[in-house]
Ligand binder design. Sequence first.
Ligand code: SAH
Length: 349
Amino acid sequence: MEKTNYNTIDRLAHGDVLSRDEWMVLLTSLNADEREYLRAKAAETAVAHYGKGVFVRALIEISSYCKNNCYYCGIRASNRDAQRYRLSKEEILECCKEADSLGFNTFVMQGGEDPKQTDEWVADVVKTIRAAYPDKAITLSVGERSAEAYAAFKEAGADRFLLRHETRNDEHYMQLHPEMMSSENRRECLFTLKRLGFQTGSGMMIGSPGQTDEHLYEDIRFLEELQPQMIGIGPFLPATNTPFEKQSPGSADKTILMLSLLRLRFPTVLLPATTALATLCPDGMERAILAGANVVMPNVSPVEQRKKYSIYDNKKSTGAESAQQMQQLEDRLNAIGYHINYARGDFKN
Ligand code: SAH
C-alpha cells in the first residue's frame, strides 16, 4: 500500500509507534488538508475519552516575585519594571472561596519561585485548603523544589503539580535559561513528582527562541518517557524588559498542530487550551478545543493583581479567561458544540 501522510496520521491515532522520520514529517510537512484531517482525528479522540465537556480549573496566581531569571519570562528577577505582589494565605483562601462559589472543583496555585513563599508556607496553605475543601483537587505550580518539599506538599493534601520541562534539548534549555538552571534538574523534579504520586503536568512553549522541529521531536520523546497526566503547551510570547522582548511570537498554527499530535499520542492526557494561545489569537480557545484540548483555566486571582502576573505582554485575564465570566465561557463553548464540565476532572487511563 502506498504510504501517505494520511496513513501515518491513522497509525498515530491507532497507537502505533512512529519512527523519527515519520514524526519529522508530521511536524514539518503536512499540507493544509492533512493538518485538517489530523485536527479532526484529535478532536474525535478527545471526545471519545472525555465527551464534549471541557474541564475548568480556577487559576490563582499567588506571587509575581521570582528568584529565577528565565530569559523569556516577564516576571524574571532582573526585570526592575515588573510589578510585584504576593498573596497572603488569607487572600488565597478568599480566592478559593470565590472559586468554590463559582462552581470550581479544582484550584491551581501558580507563581514565581518566591523565596518568601517557603516550602513550609506552601505546605501550610495546602493543608488549610485541604481541611476547608476535602473534595476539591489542589494543584500546585510553584517551580523547582526539593524532593522533601514535594513530599510535604503531597502529605499536606496536594493532588497535582504543573512544571513544564520547557525543552528537552540541553543546548536549547541553555539558550532559554541562565547557567544556574538546568534541564536535568527540571526533569529530575518531574520524575520525583510522578514517583510521589502527583498527577503531573509538563510541557513546553511553542516557538521559543532557538526552537527547531527537532527539539519538538525530542520533547515528544521526553513526554513519552515521563508519561505525564497533563501537558501544557502554548506559544512563546515576547515580554517587555526581557532579553527576548524583540523576538517573534510562536505560531498559533504550530501550537494547534502540536496540540493535535499530543492528543493522538497521549489520548487521555489532560490538555489545556492555554491563556498564551488565547492571548495570541481571539479564537485561540475554540481552535485548541477543536484540535483536542479539553481543559481551560479561568483566572480567579484578585482583580487588582491580575495585570501584575505579566509573564508575557498583554496576557489575557478577562472574558473567557476570567472566572467571573463563566457564562461567556459557556456561551463560547456552546457555540462550537461543547460545554463546561465542572467536575474535578482527574486523569483517567
Ligand atoms: N514558576 C512556575 C510557573 C511558571 S509560569 C514554574 O516554573 O513552573 C508557567 C509557564 O508559563 C512556564 O512554565 C512557561 O512555559 C510559560 N511562560 C513563561 N513566560 C512565557 C512567555 N514569555 N511566553 C509564553 N509562555 C511563557
